[in-house]
Design a protein around this ligand. Structure first.
Ligand code: NDP
Length: 255
């Protein structure tokens, strides 16, 4: 996959961190990776990747996806760095889960998931849109991740059709499931609205991955495997995948 600039939210651990690592190790890696983090407490691994990157400039940016002010500052840093080249790929990866089960749901729990998993990616996408448009305008023809794209790290847990059928363990985190279904809708709408601008939008599930969120014992995939598969899939996507919901291999999934 050849892409000049990438922004990854929640890049200090888990799936986001592995994305930074693998993208910076590509044969032709991005020139810039904007790796955002929420707290400076856990930057050791990210700093290590930054220091060992040979051809990529990894720029760390503090950005809580629930803070408009911090998203605005991040946008300025990206704009100042990429200039007229724009931003090619935004990976809305930051996400969170807190288990509270029905009928004990609270407004606090529902809002927690909505703010981080739904509202966050929407606000980041809105803010970064001019940078993505700039990158898209430099190339004509079809859609691709090399041109301009938004990858949303969703979950198969967000499928309304399969809720309670395919996999039932996640019924214990309704707040999370609802927020990912809402994310899918948000990005379906955004996808329709940016289609003419040549910006590809996809919603992808990484699989059940051994991270803090996925859990180390029951999850099926090492981060290395999941992210390698997603990077491979990303390189194959074109307009036929626009605004689609898929697994890490690119197989379509029902909304
Ligand atoms: P982790 O819990 O390991 O990491 C989550 C990342 O998101 C951390 O960097 C965390 O930062 C960041 N984050 C959380 N809240 C915010 C916020 N308000 N602002 C900015 N950053 C924030 O999760 P994973 O790496 O496993 O998950 C990444 C994405 O993949 C999520 O969107 C998740 O829903 C999705 N996913 C994961 C699956 C899995 O099996 N692991 C399965 C399906 C989907 P901090 O360190 O500061 O908390």
């Amino acid at each position: 996959m050849k892409v000049e600039s990438v922004m990854i939210t929640g890049a200090n651990r888990g799936i986001g961190l592995e994305f930074v690592k693998q993208l910076s190790q590509l044969d032709e890696p991005p020139k810039y990776i904007f790796a955002t983090y929420r707290s400076a407490d856990s930057l050791k691994e990210l700093n290590g990747i930054k220091e060992s990157a040979q051809k990529t400039r990894i720029i760390l940016i503090k950005m809580d996806v629930t803070s408009l002010e911090e998203i605005e500052v991040a946008k300025q840093i990206v704009e100042e760095t990429v200039g007229d080249r724009g931003l090619n790929l935004l990976i809305n990866n930051a996400g969170a889960v807190k288990m509270v089960t029905f009928p004990n749901l609270t407004t606090e729990n529902l809002e927690f998931h909505y703010k981080i998993n739904t509202e966050g990616p929407i606000l980041v996408t809105q803010m970064m849109l001019p940078c993505l448009e700039k990158a898209a305008s430099l190339q004509s023809g079809g859609m691709s991740v090399s041109r301009a794209a938004i990858l949303n790290m969703t979950s198969l847990a967000g499928s309304i059709k399969n809720a309670g059928f395919e996999f039932t363990q996640d019924l214990h985190v309704p707040g999370y499931k609802i927020s990912k279904a809402a994310l899918n809708m948000a990005m379906r709408v955004i996808g329709a609205l940016v289609k003419d601008k040549g910006i590809l939008v996809v919603m992808m599930c990484p699989g059940w991955v051994k991270t803090d969120m996925g859990g180390r014992e029951n999850a099926q995939l090492e981060p290395e495997e999941s992210i390698a598969a997603m990077i491979k899939t990303l390189s194959t996507l074109d307009e036929s995948s626009h605004a689609c919901y898929m697994d890490r291999l690119g197989n379509p999934y029902p909304f």
